[in-house]
Design a protein around this ligand. Structure first.
Ligand code: SAH
Length: 269
């Protein structure tokens, strides 16, 4: 989808902004940059601000009219820092990115960015299917044009990632270890409860919500199998110290064999 998006900068005054836009685009994977009558371009300042994205500047198309810039585009959106007199469908960058995701193969969408001082003219805005406004402080709503491109390009990338979410692992990252299954997790909680009673942190006659809160805490971390085993090993070490410290207490009845068996059951650390 990203190569179906054309960023169109209209009458940009500062070449540094063009360079910064090239950088923002390359960071987010956009490639198609079109400049309508830039004041100074090419320019050293643009190269400097592009950092490593000078290839995008070299491939940028410079044209003299909006018509030329929009050639081959099926959908046109114009970005604007403020409301206009005639209401127009206004969407935010996230909604715009969702629209972009629906582009059929081979279709293009142009996103227009205006002059640093005056933005887009009404005439230019009236060429657009939608207007895009980045939600801002209403008393200070105008972003630097390259910052506006950055926000829009980021939303496009995020939308693309979400579109591909079907292929993404459930927990947002390709985990190295399997998640603990329900049985392993229950063994951990059983073990935890027993140890907490033994160290007299949990009163079995007045348990309150302690185990519920601890369950919630551990489950929130979505532990994997090794993590559960580390915790059980840690509990077993406490159990052994408890047995040693108070051999006469009831806890001493738990032979260390039983503890070892419990540890083995969940796999050794
Ligand atoms: N005074 C101008 C501001 C221009 S800022 C105006 O009121 O339009 C230069 C360009 O950055 C704008 O034309 C637009 O393309 C983009 N931009 C700046 N702030 C924006 C915002 N809050 N939402 C969408 N685009 C914005």
């Amino acid at each position: 989808m990203l190569d179906q998006i054309r960023i169109v900068m209209i009458h940009t005054t500062h070449p540094g902004n063009i360079g910064a836009v090239a950088r923002a685009m390359k960071n987010m994977g956009l490639v198609d940059l079109c400049l309508v009558s830039p004041k100074r371009f090419p320019d050293e300042e643009a190269d400097a601000r592009a950092s490593g994205a000078t290839d995008l500047l070299s491939s940028a198309r410079v044209v003299s009219s909006l018509d030329e810039a929009l050639e081959g585009c099926h959908l046109v959106v114009g970005t604007s820092a403020r409301g206009r007199h005639i209401p127009w469908p206004v969407i935010n960058p996230r909604q715009m990115a969702a629209v972009a995701c629906e582009l059929r193969p081979g279709k293009r969408m142009a996103i227009l960015f205006g002059r640093e001082d005056r933005g887009l003219t009404n005439e230019e805005l009236h060429r657009c299917h939608h207007h895009v406004h980045i939600p801002t402080n209403p008393d200070f709503s105008s972003l630097n044009v390259a910052a506006a491109v950055q926000v829009v390009a980021y939303e496009l990338r995020m939308a693309l990632m979400e579109q591909q979410a079907g292929d993404q692992p459930q927990w947002g990252t390709d985990w190295d270890i399997d998640l603990a299954d329900a049985r392993e997790t229950e063994l951990l909680f059983g073990h935890l409860e027993k140890t907490l009673v033994d160290v007299e942190f949990l009163d079995p006659n007045n348990p309150r919500q302690l185990m519920t809160r601890l369950r919630r805490l551990f489950l929130r971390a979505v532990p994997d199998r090794v993590e559960v085993n580390v915790l059980r090993g840690f509990l077993s070490a406490i159990d052994r110290v408890v047995v040693r410290a108070a051999p006469d207490r009831e806890v001493a009845e738990k032979s260390s064999e039983a503890l070892d068996a419990a540890q083995k059951e969940s796999g050794n650390v």
